[in-house]
Design a protein around this ligand. Structure first.
Ligand code: DUC
Ligand code: ZN
Ligand code: ZN
Ligand code: ZN
Length: 461
């Protein structure tokens, strides 16, 4: 079965080119000047639209155990919502519980995801119990297609690792070519500030932000960078939110160190003003790192332009307002941390293009091409080229839509972007050649997505 996508502007990090794309089965068969390709079983008219590589969201949390509850999107609902928004690959996090092995953790996450995803998916591994066997198992994870390991300088007693443990894991990562992903916030200091706030009766959601100051993200980021420097491990800072942290990343990169970073739409578009909304409304915006003062946002946009921020991921971690976020009424520390967003990343970043903050090329690069290379999926994913998987988004840059819980497809009872007016909209989505979203709706299936055994970081290996 062949499909010809004709009349569109094909996007790549170099920008837009008028070209037609022929899909044969699961792959792209040819990309050619307009009108050259003529034979196909089906034709999709992409006139006036972008034809772009499907989005790659390298940071999601489906069915994630957290604070005694679970994030509410299953792999099925979350990957379906992702597809609606033009994301055709997610990389989710398997979470090692203390006292368990990495390989049993990987098995457990395969059980959750395999056969239940609408789009292709891979895993990173969260390491929360550094010991001799964990360190040994890291290399078996790489063999299993999981060559990136997230560690936490935050959440003491849960996911937290000491500097010594981080050092050991980094030495091992260096040895096996793996990348360490770091949640860089000084959790030891933050826990003291949070306890002081609660003791003083300051228990509202905004306290979550006030007790996690940007300086403690900057400090932890610098510390992670120096540990990576000493060990020679590649480092990827996840969900970077603060100017201080960005400055540390930029300096390390200028010094030639293999340090990379991502930011997330919520840090570009939401702020501590949302956390400070009256009543308990702010709980909807509790995530870590917290939403910052708006003054950080111009720096983040600049970082995206200069490549000090290489990737945009969502950190999609949905908890319902009712019954889940509400666990933290009376004590902000008990609000499950996370913001839903897997469906809206492509649209939200397109607003950056519309506003002149980001070029078309950088939009595609930060949302698809770079995550593909960073996490070993290129050129199978992240590019419109002959031989690549036919993961293709046809995007109408002129359509208008308003984001709302009433219309989104994520399995969560609120939208962090309620009422946002968006210019641009996904028209059609192909996942490995199959139309999974079309103007008439979702046409995919949650048994379609395949596990992606990933290579190591392709910027270094
Ligand atoms: N931050 C969140 O907001 N949720 C899950 C884990 C994390 O680091
Ligand atoms: Zn569970
Ligand atoms: Zn994190
Ligand atoms: Zn996360």
């Amino acid at each position: 079965m062949t499909t010809l996508i004709k009349g569109g502007q094909v996007l790549s990090p170099a920008g837009a080119t008028a070209a037609d794309v022929l899909v044969d089965g699961e792959r792209i068969a040819a990309v050619a000047a307009p009108g050259v390709l003529t034979e196909a079983d089906e034709v999709i008219d992409a006139t006036g639209k972008y034809v772009m590589p499907g989005g790659i969201d390298a940071h999601t949390h489906m069915e994630m155990p957290f604070g005694g509850t679970h994030s509410v999107d299953t792999f099925g609902t979350g990957t379906t919502a992702a597809a609606w928004g033009g994301t055709t690959t997610i990389i989710d996090f398997a979470v090692q519980a203390k006292g368990t092995s990495l390989l049993s953790t990987l098995d457990k996450w395969h059980e959750k995801a395999d056969g239940n995803c609408a789009i292709d998916y891979g895993f990173h591994m969260i390491v929360s119990d550094v010991n001799e066997s964990t360190l040994k198992e890291m290399s078996a994870c790489v063999d299993g297609g999981v060559g990136s390991f997230k560690m936490f300088m935050a959440y003491p007693g849960v996911f937290y690792s000491t500097d010594g443990e981080i050092l050991l894991a980094m030495q091992q990562a260096r040895e096996i070519g793996a990348t360490i992903m770091m949640h860089a916030e000084n959790g030891i200091a933050i826990d003291q500030l949070a306890a002081q706030a609660v003791a003083a009766g300051r228990v509202d959601p905004v306290q979550h932000g006030l007790t996690r100051p940007p300086e403690l993200e900057g400090e932890a980021t610098s510390r992670a960078i120096q540990l990576a420097n000493v060990t020679g491990a590649p480092l990827y800072i996840v969900h970077l939110s603060a100017s201080q942290a960005l400055a540390a990343v930029a300096e390390a990169r200028d010094n030639g160190q293999n340090v990379f970073a991502e930011t997330c739409p919520q840090y570009l578009y939401l702020s501590i003003e949302d956390l400070a909304k009256p009543g308990f409304e702010g709980a909807k915006y509790v995530a870590s790192p917290p939403l910052r003062d708006k003054s950080h946002q111009p720096d983040l946009w600049r970082g995206l332009r200069t490549n000090d921020l290489s990737v945009v991921s969502t950190d999609h971690c949905p908890f319902c307002f009712k019954d889940q976020k509400e666990l933290g009424r009376g004590d902000f520390r008990a609000i499950p941390n996370g913001i839903p967003g897997v469906e809206h990343r492509m649209d939200l970043l397109h607003q950056g293009v519309v506003a002149g903050e980001l070029s078309l090329g950088r939009w595609v690069e930060t949302c698809s091409a770079t995550p593909a290379r960073m996490f070993g999926l290129y050129p199978r994913k992240g590019v419109i080229a002959a031989g690549s998987d036919a993961d293709i988004v046809i995007y109408d840059p002129a359509a208008r839509q308003t984001l709302s819980v009433e219309t989104h497809h994520m399995n969560v009872d609120y939208s962090a972007y309620e009422g946002f007016e968006i210019t641009g909209r996904v028209h059609t989505v192909l996942s490995r050649g199959r139309v999974v979203v079309s103007p008439s709706g979702f046409t995919g299936s949650t048994s379609h997505g395949k596990f992606l055994s990933r290579q190591l970081n392709q910027y270094l290996n």
